[in-house]
Design a protein around this ligand. Structure first.
Ligand code: DAH
Length: 356
């Protein structure tokens, strides 16, 4: 039976119904966070009404203790849940008031996370590398700080060649015997020699990487550029293999309908040397700003590896031949995207970089 009950030891009355009624009314009247908190302390806190009821239970006869204990615990659970839902509905009312007051625009889009991406040159270089890998080339890398021997001498670039000039090459500030033996590599070609020193034919390898030149920068010149070097050495390799490989590369990179042009060019480490151009995709060969009115755009240097180099590597130049090429990734990326200034790549302007 419910109702007033006399605590035999203390004489305190425990009326759960009355406690519940007061507590419910108090909660309904609490209309902000501070009022809710003082209600919680008064009703459910360590010194609150319910806690003291539960404490008194110990002194009650077993029957009473069971009944009142169960009722008090049920009430505690009820009040805790009621507190939580009152809290939520007050928060809801506050939000509704803010929205109605025009302070929150719930139609605004959510905040999106910014996702990073690879630099356009990294993307281009990977795409170029993938094309050659799909044709059976392996990938290797070489040092960016090079010696005079690998960067120039071993490639038959003569001591008085203008490329060796301080004006063109960034030398490391270290002197030995009156000379500067170390430099930042000016091209990836030294890796032809590095690779041939370590391997016997057949060779099919590409070497991507950064190169450095002492340039006064302008829209078509940067002091840091990225190249991919291509080298194939085997019995029976001919200029036709070079053409076939580079044709295929150009078509995959720039489109099947591109025309490709080879012309003679001079590089000391190849014989014959060629450069390769594609017909301008902006004007289709008519001549425009993009191709400097030529109708053709040069995309790489290439050639048949000089027999002297093959001999220097200990190969039998009567038996094996090879071709090599060096392609600039910035140039490829500029051309494919109609970018007008090579310097855009390395200015860290997110408005530019986020377009790729
Ligand atoms: N190393 C040359 C450059 O940086 C490009 C080049 C030309 C690479 C001819 C080659 C080659 O392998 O055979 O301009």
């Amino acid at each position: 039976m419910r109702g007033p009950m006399a605590d035999q030891q203390t004489g305190t009355e425990v009326d759960i119904e009355a406690i519940a009624a007061t507590a419910r009314a108090g909660l309904a009247a609490a209309d902000d966070e501070a009022a809710l908190e003082s209600w919680r302390v008064a009703q459910l806190g360590r010194k609150g009404v319910l806690t003291s009821v539960l404490r008194q239970l110990a002194g009650l006869p077993i029957e009473e203790r069971r009944r009142i204990g169960a009722e008090a615990n049920a009430l505690k659970t009820e009040l805790e849940a009621a507190l939580e839902s009152r809290r939520l509905s007050l928060a809801g009312e506050r939000l509704a008031a803010t929205v109605a007051g025009g302070q929150v625009d719930v139609t605004l889009p959510g905040r999106t996370k910014r996702v990073g991406r690879l630099h356009p040159i990294t993307q281009t270089l990977r795409e170029m590398t993938d094309i050659f890998v799909s044709m059976g080339f392996a990938v290797t890398e070489g040092p960016e700080v090079e010696t005079d021997y690998y960067n120039f001498g071993a490639l038959l670039i003569a001591p008085d060649h203008p490329a060796r000039d301080m004006q063109d090459t960034l030398y490391i500030d270290y002197q030995r015997d009156g000379a500067y033996p170390f430099m930042l590599r000016t091209h990836t070609s030294p890796n032809q020699v590095r690779f041939m020193e370590q391997h016997q034919p057949p060779i099919r390898v590409v070497v991507p990487g950064r190169c450095y030149r002492n340039e006064a920068t302008d829209p078509t010149h940067e002091w840091m550029i990225t190249q991919i070097e291509l080298l194939a050495v085997d019995e029976g390799i001919s200029l036709a293999d070079l053409k076939g490989t580079l044709f295929e590369f150009a078509k995959r990179m720039f489109g099947q309908e591109r025309k490709v042009r080879f012309r003679c060019d001079y590089f000391p480490y190849v014989e014959p040397g060629v450069d390769m151009s594609i017909d301008c995709f902006l004007c289709g060969g008519e001549g425009c700003r993009m191709c400097h009115n030529e109708g053709w755009i040069e995309i790489m240097g290439a050639g048949m590896v000089h027999p002297q180099i093959l001999t220097n590597m200990g190969y039998d130049a009567e038996r094996v031949t090879g071709f090599a090429a060096g392609i600039g990734a910035e140039r490829v990326c500029l051309l494919r995207n109609g970018i007008e200034d090579i310097r855009s790549f390395y200015q860290n302007d997110l408005r530019f970089l986020e377009q790729f």
